[in-house]
Design a protein around this ligand. Structure first.
Ligand SMILES: *[C@@H]1O[C@H](CO)[C@@H](O)[C@H](O)[C@H]1NC(C)=O
Ligand SMILES: *[C@@H]1O[C@H](CO)[C@@H](O)[C@H](O)[C@H]1NC(C)=O
Ligand SMILES: *[C@@H]1O[C@H](CO)[C@@H](O)[C@H](O)[C@H]1NC(C)=O
Ligand SMILES: *[C@@H]1O[C@H](CO)[C@@H](O)[C@H](O)[C@H]1NC(C)=O
Ligand SMILES: *[C@@H]1O[C@H](CO)[C@@H](O)[C@H](O)[C@H]1NC(C)=O
Length: 590
């Protein structure tokens, strides 16, 4: 057999094994395909690779780790499998950038090598420690699958690239004690120095079904002691992964705050990633630094129905404070929605979303998110549309840009909400189900209207992102639903009957907290081949979808504005740009 035949035979073996569902189990809810995790990638399929999103040249990636700005470089570490396109063999890969747009890959920062992390180097964060420089704290897994917190320091803190990392011998810094579950103890946050001279970090955990965020204190960044009470916990939410805990200003809606900021005009945000559902939620609340307790505001739902940074394909997110520009920046992982077989065939899985600034909304009830301004440097060819009325059933093509790799900003003027459908109390209040019931092809009063992305002209394939306005029957306030509906996104045939062999095509949706008092609503979308990132009402509601069209690809993809509501809608302004691919992508040291 020639080499390619051998490769093909190997692949068949892999697929046969897969359809025997040779799945060892779940750890951190990643499906573990023990026989696949070191299956080397023969070739990389480029059809659905992104043009301007962060992704390495091949293989599996998941959580962003240790984002930091240091000596002129943004550093991004991330969970990476150096051997294959499914989860496993996890190391900390490392890339740097001067502008959050062009990335250079460096050699991996940490990988399993010591008794306390020989079973895996999992997620963690970086803290800039005065007098010492950046310090990584991360979760290692020992040979017994116990999760342990350890630290690593740069060999040369004066190297802006931070190329080499050392795990000092006085590791680890925290082991699970007898009251804790050693399989549920991970993802330490960036630490902050409190007024009492002690550092604090938060670590995710669970006890039975209660999600827990433990808080640890340290004077020297080496000896860490668990506080008597967790900073917060919540029953029936299961394991809390990747906690993120930071202050936001109640008076300055333009700048971010560093973790050690102390002042009366702040609130705190606690975000956790729910292992059971693979969604995140956050609350706004009060942190008392004296007792180290956090209490969510009464009107901030604490549980499954909590607010989300992103209502789509988005997980294990982490923010950092960028002191160069005084802003807090959010990274998050968007996993694949096609099948494991497809991941193996295409040779890669997972991307990082475009980094987003995080601010408190002026309502003080939620956060708002916006792609970092640097991404606008990739904007190329540009077209603009003004004051275009779109009547019921009309669809208007946006021509003159490359719709498979674009940035689009549109403001719709709706005017009167008279015709809005009553929000029937029998409707489900679960946006996902409401969007499924009332998709873009179901006529409404005010809406559905929005953009049709990655579409064929006959709409055989399309991913619509749209609004539908309801009127609350009790108080007549508008209820605005935003949907990013992947159901019609791809004609690709599923491989088999098992869930893992079917493409995931969810009707992601959320309500947007706006009364549309001026009759307007805006939408921005970043489209990048297999990802559609949508920002409703200037970032109040964000939804990321992963989609895999087979016809609406590259130059065969189209972009439209549409309205399927009886009320006419005006495209007050629409600006759309081609997005260039950064010159320097990530194909260095890996
Ligand atoms: C792993 O578990 C075995 C058996 O319980 C025990 O003897 C050993 O000390 C453990 N090793 C570590 C590194 O915890
Ligand atoms: C410990 O955590 C693991 C992983 O979350 C879970 O499977 C196990 O049931 C937990 N054990 C107890 C006693 O709660
Ligand atoms: C990733 O993709 C699958 C669909 O294949 C989905 O069900 C899962 O919840 C997703 N999210 C994460 C964070 O794993
Ligand atoms: C608008 O509605 C019509 C009629 O149901 C349907 O054919 C068309 O596909 C819809 N447009 C979108 C974008 O769903
Ligand atoms: C409307 O769109 C949904 C989602 O793509 C699809 O399942 C349904 O069959 C469509 N209905 C009609 C009448 O076209």
């Amino acid at each position: 057999m020639g080499a390619s035949n051998i490769a093909y035979a190997l692949l068949l073996l892999v697929l046969i094994n897969l359809s025997n569902h040779n799945i060892k189990g779940t750890e951190a809810f990643h499906q573990i395909y023990e026989n696949l995790q070191s299956e080397s990638v023969e070739s990389v399929n480029h059809l659905h690779r992104t043009g301007f999103h962060f992704q390495p040249p091949k293989h599996w990636i998941n959580d962003p780790n240790g984002p930091v700005y240091y000596k002129g470089f943004y550093h991004l570490f991330y969970q990476y499998n150096p051997k294959g396109a499914v989860w496993g063999n996890i190391i900390w890969a490392h890339s740097v950038s001067k502008d959050l747009v062009n990335w250079e890959a460096l050699e991996p920062a940490i990988h399993p090598s010591k008794w306390f992390d020989i079973g895996g180097t999992w997620s963690g964060s970086i803290t800039l420690v005065p007098g010492k420089g950046p310090i990584i704290i991360y979760t290692g897994v020992n040979q017994n699958q116990t999760q342990i917190q350890s630290y690593a320091i740069p060999q040369d803190p004066s190297d802006p690239y931070l190329r080499k990392w050392i795990k000092p011998d006085d590791n680890p810094i925290a082991m699970p004690d007898y009251t804790m579950n050693g399989s549920a103890f991970r993802d330490p946050t960036t630490a902050w120095l409190a007024k009492d001279g002690h550092w604090r970090t938060v670590v995710g955990s669970r006890r039975k079904d209660r999600g827990i965020a433990y808080i640890y204190r340290s004077r020297d960044f080496k000896h860490w002691v668990k506080a008597k009470h967790p900073v917060h916990s919540k029953e029936s939410t299961g394991m809390w992964e990747c906690p993120d805990f930071f202050p936001v200003s109640l008076t300055d809606f333009e700048n971010g705050l560093d973790l050690d900021y102390v002042g009366s005009n702040t609130k705190h945000v606690l975000k956790v990633s729910l292992d059971i559902t693979r969604y995140e939620y956050y609350t706004l609340g009060r942190y008392d630094p004296k007792t180290d307790r956090y209490i969510p505001d009464g009107d901030s739902p604490d549980g499954w129905d909590g607010l989300r940074f992103d209502y789509g394909n988005f997980y294990a997110s982490k923010t950092f404070f960028d002191y160069k520009k005084n802003r807090r920046i959010l990274w998050g992982w968007a996993n694949e929605s096609d099948t494991v077989q497809d991941d193996i065939l295409k040779g890669w899985a997972g991307i990082q979303v475009i980094p987003r600034t995080v601010l408190l909304d002026t309502s003080k009830k939620q956060l708002v998110f916006w792609p970092v301004e640097e991404i606008e440097s990739l904007r190329g060819n540009y077209i603009r549309m003004n004051n275009h009325e779109i009547k019921k059933g009309q669809r208007l093509e946006v021509k003159g840009i490359t719709p498979a790799q674009a940035d689009v900003e549109v403001t719709f003027y709706v005017g009167s909400l008279e015709k809005a459908e009553p929000f029937d109390p029998s409707f489900t209040f679960i946006p996902f189900d409401l969007c499924k019931m009332k998709g873009s092809n179901v006529t409404g009063g005010v809406g559905p209207f929005g953009l049709i992305t990655l579409a064929t002209p006959d709409l055989e394939e399309y991913t619509p992102v749209f609004f539908r306005v309801f009127k609350d029957t009790s108080n007549h306030n508008p209820k605005v639903l935003m949907c990013s509906d992947a159901r019609p996104s791809s004609l690709k045939q599923d491989r088999g009957p098992l869930p893992k062999e079917r493409m995931y095509k969810p009707s992601f949706a959320a309500f947007v907290d706006t009364d549309m008092a001026d009759g307007r609503i805006s939408l921005r979308i970043l489209i990048d081949h297999s990802v559609v990132e949508s920002f409703g009402a200037l970032g109040k509601t964000v939804i990321t979808s992963r989609v895999y069209p087979v016809k609406a690809v590259k130059e065969n993809a189209h972009l439209y504005v549409f309205n399927n509501g009886t009320q006419s809608v005006t495209v007050e302004s629409l600006d759309a740009w081609n997005m260039e691919t950064p010159l320097q992508m990530n194909d260095g040291a890996l």
